[in-house]
Ligand binder design. Sequence first.
Ligand code: 13P
Length: 232
Amino acid sequence: IANWKSNKTIKETEEWLHSFSDGVKRKGVNVEGKTVIVAPSFTSLEHAHYCLGNLKLSLKFAAQDISPFDEGAHTGEVNGRQIKELADYVIVGHSERRKNFGEDEEMVNQKIEHSLKQELTPIVCVSILEQTQKSKLKSQNYNSKLKSYENKVVIAYEPLFAIGSGKPDTPENANEFAKSIKNELGEIPVLYGGSVKSDNVKSFTSMPHIGGVLVGGASLDPLEFLKIIKNA
Ligand code: 13P
């Protein structure tokens, strides 16, 4: 998953998609068999979705956030029904949102519920195990409809020290963490995120409990992201 965070204009989004597409063709990278997801800003999401029609790439899109409310009088929010037209996934509870916008477990849970209501797959970011324990996914009063979606949730383990630092966690530690998450929540995909690059991706994806990676900085360059996919 490429998490572009607060980067790229509409024009830059189009350029990224064209370079990525050219790279796929020139380097013969087999993207098939791997789920490749790009999470642009809301301003670029519609155009990215439009470009994909012409490029015939097997990419999926994610929104970087979702409103904790249904549609209505919530200025500035983008709700699940709006996202559903453009994306299949939503990043929820990223540590940057928890830290900078005060998102707590209650809000993360509301966002998970609104994603699931629209059949969007939430990619729930956690940096400590406690965040999964407080998750609605585990709660006793979790209603039966949501329960049936449980296996459609993806967890991304992103330790704070590893984000944007160039100092990733060790693959062994990330694997242990992923194993603990699966003990809590069952056999769901667990990804690793934090300073992933093309030269270290394999060390994570070769671990038995790690099902993929969530990439920030290194995903901004389409050819580096392509290398990450190739090496994963
Ligand atoms: P970096 O890959 O830039 O460390 O960011 C990780 C991240 O936060 C992805 O969501």
